[in-house]
Design a protein around this ligand. Sequence first.
Ligand code: SF4
Ligand code: SF4
Length: 247
Amino acid sequence: MRKSQTGRGQVLVLYEAEPAELADLNSRQCDIIPVSVCCLSRIGHTDLLHSLASGFDVIHMQVCASEQDIPHQRREVELVQALGGLGRVLVFDRDTGLSRRLAASVFPFPSVTPDVLAMGSRRDTARASAAALLPASMDRVSLPDQAPYGSISLDEELCNHCSSCVWVCPSDALSFTENGCELSFVESQCFQCGLCITICPQRALSMEAAMDLSAAAVLPHLLAGRNDNLGNVEETASGPVQAEDPS
Ligand code: SF4
Ligand code: SF4
């Protein structure tokens, strides 16, 4: 990243309609990298998180041209704020312009080593970028409702093992263990579509938007009520099993 050579702040500017003042911006004390985007509604939280985790200090993004795209853009920015980009993605409208925004820019953010490669799925990239941006001590972060990451909890007393949730899950996040007695769940595969909640005849399932940043997120664990299952699971060749009670 150029920042390691120049020591100057790195600012990414994303726009559909070129801001009038763009030509004058390079005299400032930071490096401004303008990028013309054909459709800003296609810029999602993964793109923004990966840009921040790759060394950009701040991203200025023009508001979407279409009114109906603005709520989606706002949700994506909120997601980035929650996943380590707090205060680092700023949306500017076409009338107020960019100059005032940039004049107020400060760069209190520490540089992030640009070692987050866009490998695997976009979800993998978002998770790796969030892990790079958030403090290392943070294993789990709560997210706004409708975020496409999160956990599922089960009320075991209500579940009648009908399998409906397993069959309806479009991402194979849910499955039954080999003995068919217990539900297993992989958090990194769940995008919180809610189909399992809707189809469950017993209303035994609930979900919570969050991102697990630990390695456990990609492993199957037995589904149970929240706090009953986390950290109490080990993996075997035949599938996940509950760890023995040490007492
Ligand atoms: S919310 Fe959707 S993706 Fe997640 S476990 Fe339920 S059906 Fe599968
Ligand atoms: S749909 Fe509900 S009752 Fe059926 S297996 Fe899933 S959690 Fe249990």
